[in-house]
Design a protein around this ligand. Structure first.
Ligand code: URA
Length: 427
């Protein structure tokens, strides 16, 4: 078959800071999915996009081309309204785990197609796989049946959903082209629009542990995604939330599941509870249930009941003991005072190096690996007290994890106010 364009010519357009036309975008995304545009060429184009950007029309067309590379799901046969949330990725970000059952307990179904860890950021599926027996891969039929029956499903996106994004995402991960607003926005929104949810709440992270380090960049990403969702007929709002310090007191896999269960049992760290409730409220408003207060479903145990059913429906045992790491190492406070900074990136990299994340595609993660924090910014600490406990099965990893934490926290003498979790709302 003769091709309408030539990849080199399209790369040169973006390299020279010009706009790509609609037919050029449609062709390059389709030809990449078919293997006609080879990874070297797509990598060069991704770098040109990272450096020179795309305008709203180009981003919208690119998103549609990625949606059209695969199938569209349809939840209209369900007896429930649906809402979904997506986080741009953070450290200790286990919010999906308590959030999906909580929103389902309030009467809105949550089809949560999740991913695995990327770099220093954790992946929801990796966390849930620490529950004995739990499986991430469901057929579309299994997913629909569970949604109708339980109201919540967290599973891997099937191979048919935005395959262009799957290929491009893997390339970006290894070519330094993750942090491009047009590429992040189109990657997230192509999957969410193809998934067919009725409403979508985006948790756009800002800070050292996020892909967007500045508020201005996070705001631009949020506005771009809200516009893409709205144009596609999905009610979309975004919360800008802090990722300068990890969420909660755990960063890893099994330890984050345990913390999520604490939240569902009515306890857990206040920042995790606050963000879970803020996102649940937005999802309920977007799906037409503004009168329901998710705090009630948390307090009554209704969200915990849905969690147990959701885990069991995917083969997991909600009562099984979670795996623990073989070895631990305690990092102690070097001085007395107030913990004024605990850097999300430092903790994320430490957890990753302990084995909670991957250093090569497809690598097995350690369920028990991670960082358990004993203090958060604003807390008083005394010299010698444990600040963090590091967990791994492979103790030779401690040295590099401790190195990642060096310079990652400050102890000062003056009191400080903790930073608010929710910075702004867009949409
Ligand atoms: N999450 C995604 O799905 N895609 C990105 O590009 C970044 C975060």
């Amino acid at each position: 078959m003769s091709e309408s364009f030539d990849a080199v010519e399209i790369i040169a357009v973006k390299r020279d800071r010009h706009e790509l036309t609609d037919p050029q975008i449609d062709w390059v995304v389709d030809a990449f999915t078919r293997g006609v545009v080879v990874p070297e060429q797509m990598s060069a184009l991704a770098m040109a996009i990272l450096l020179n950007g795309m305008n709203r029309r180009e981003i919208s067309r690119w998103t549609n081309a990625m949606i059209d590379s695969g199938e569209r799901m349809d939840f209209s046969s369900l007896s429930w309204a649906t809402a979904d949330k997506h986080s741009t990725g953070g450290v200790g970000d286990k919010i999906t785990l308590p959030l999906a059952p909580l929103v389902a307990a309030c009467g809105i179904a949550v089809p949560q197609l999740s991913g695995r860890g990327l770099g220093h950021t954790g992946g929801t599926l990796d966390k849930l796989e620490s529950i004995p027996g739990w499986r991430a891969d469901l057929s579309n039929e299994e997913m629909m049946a569970q949604l109708e029956d339980v109201g919540a499903v967290i599973c891997a996106a099937g191979p048919g959903l935005a395959p262009a994004d799957k290929k491009l995402y893997a390339l970006r991960d290894v070519t330094g082209t993750v942090e491009a607003i047009p590429l992040i926005a189109s990657s997230i929104m192509s999957k969410k629009i193809a998934e067919g949810t009725g409403s979508l709440v985006l948790d756009v992270k800002v800070g050292t542990g996020a892909f967007m380090k500045s508020e201005a960049m996070a705001r631009e990403l949020a506005e771009t995604m809200v516009a893409l969702g709205t144009d596609a007929g999905v009610r979309t709002v975004a919360l800008l939330t802090d990722m300068s310090t990890p969420l909660g007191l755990t960063a890893g896999n099994a330890c984050e599941v345990a913390e999520s269960v604490e939240v569902l049992a009515g306890g857990g760290p206040s920042d995790v509870v606050e963000l879970t409730l803020a996102l649940a409220r937005e999802m309920l408003v977007a799906a037409g249930k503004a009168d329901v207060d998710p705090a009630d479903a948390l307090a009554s145990g209704a969200a915990m009941d849905v969690w147990r059913r959701m885990i069991s429906a995917q083969g997991g045992d909600p009562d099984a003991a979670l795996p623990t790491a073989k070895e631990t190492h305690v990092v102690t406070a070097s001085a007395s005072g107030t913990l004024t900074r605990l850097d999300a990136m430092a903790v994320g990299v430490a957890a990753w190096r302990l084995g909670a994340g991957r250093s090569r595609p497809g690598e097995q993660v350690q369920a028990g690996a991670g960082v358990v924090m004993h203090a958060k910014p604003g807390d008083a600490v005394t010299a010698g007290q444990p600040l963090m406990t590091l967990h791994t099965d492979t103790p030779e990893r401690f040295e590099r994890a401790v190195a990642a934490l060096e310079g990652g926290y400050d102890i000062g003498t003056s009191a400080m106010q903790p930073v608010p979790v929710v910075i702004d709302r867009i949409g």
